[in-house]
Ligand binder design. Structure first.
Ligand code: ZN
Length: 342
């Protein structure tokens, strides 16, 4: 008699099927990827070294929002990756056409009066002997980088379903006076002293103007955030968040559910702000993207609902009927796979 020893070695990598995705993407813009992975696999979508989590959307379907960074280099792979419990990994490229998008440059003159006002406020630990301009550079470089890291951290709190509907709203009577992904050269005493990228829109109207939530969501952060001053972050689900900075007052708290248009606080000039305005950002898993796409119902309908609809998933309400624009692959035939260890 021969004894058989049950030996199960799972060497089969997870199977990934890309169901639908946004066809046209641009640097500083957003897309949706709908995919399926075989059982008990962890999965995400990445753009180069930046990864975006996926969320269950019913059955085996998973959805991820992906953002192309403003400085996306053509050819950088966009791919779905999955890993199963046995450690087998698999990945599949996501097809997309990359549209060009250009960003502006600006020069910002730093004046002594501004340094005298802002440096002691933002860098209280600075030594009195340290020149104000050196303090400014610590704020503009180190505190800015800390804020970027904090933005990535907020993403962990996101809801696993969309909380929002319809186009996002721009605060009433505001004008965009500073653009997304504008490269700013800072000039002091006729000398170029620093270069940084501006990750939002600056919106101005009147002093202490009401700041509305751009869409429905839940408040994910309230408080001072280095260069951003008094800040509110609203989560809209699936990693999508909006950030409101330089506020003078805040009237919401973390965990509050907010409606589209609900007042979050008033504009101000806290943080590294010259004059009263709202600094507004749209974030996807902590990566800043241009706010214009989400202000546009047609864009949401085509680039967002298109792929969701083509995958047979619920679409974002309130943006009209979708004809739909997306790439869709033929469903893969299920194939037999090795049995897993129990
Ligand atoms: Zn700004």
């Amino acid at each position: 008699m021969v004894a058989s020893i049950p030996l199960t070695v799972d060497l089969t990598p997870p199977r990934i099927e890309i169901v639908a995705s946004t066809q046209y993407l641009a640097p500083g813009g957003v897309g949706v990827v709908v995919f399926r992975v075989s059982d008990s696999a962890r999965s995400d979508v990445s753009v180069g070294s930046v990864s975006f989590p996926s969320f269950g959307a019913g059955g085996q379907d998973r959805v991820a929002l992906v953002a192309l960074p403003y400085n996306y280099a053509p050819g950088t792979p966009i791919k779905v990756s999955a890993q199963d419990d046995a450690g087998n990994v698999a990945s599949r490229g996501v097809a997309a056409e990359i549209l060009p998008r250009r960003f502006r440059n600006d020069r910002i003159e730093i004046r002594d009066a501004f340094l005298q006002l802002k440096v002691p406020e933002l860098l209280p630990q600075r030594l009195p002997s340290q020149p104000l301009i050196d303090g400014f550079l610590v704020i503009n470089r180190d505190l800015r980088r800390q804020a970027e890291e904090a933005k990535r951290g907020f993403a962990a709190k996101t809801a696993d379903k969309p909380l929002w509907e319809g186009a996002f709203v721009q605060p009433r009577n505001t004008k965009v006076f500073s653009n997304f992904a504008e490269t700013r050269t800072y000039v002091y005493g006729g000398r170029e002293i620093d270069t940084q990228v501006h990750f939002g829109f600056d919106l101005a109207s009147t002093k202490h103007a009401p700041v509305p939530a751009a869409n429905k969501g839940a408040v994910a952060f309230v408080g001072p955030l280095t260069i951003y001053g008094n800040t509110v972050v609203v989560d809209h689900g699936w990693g999508l968040m909006t950030l409101y900075a330089h506020l003078s007052t805040i009237v919401v708290k973390v965990g509050d559910a907010v409606e589209k248009g609900q007042e979050l606080g008033r504009s101000g000039d806290t943080g590294l702000a010259v004059g009263d305005h709202l600094h507004y950002e749209v974030l996807v898993n902590g990566i800043s993207v241009t706010p214009v796409e989400f202000w546009d119902a047609k864009w949401i309908r085509d680039r967002f609902n298109g792929p969701l609809k083509s995958a047979g998933l619920a679409v974002i309400a309130g943006v009209g009927e979708s004809g739909g624009e997306s790439t869709r692959e033929a469903p893969a035939r299920p194939r037999p796979r090795a049995r897993r260890a129990r």
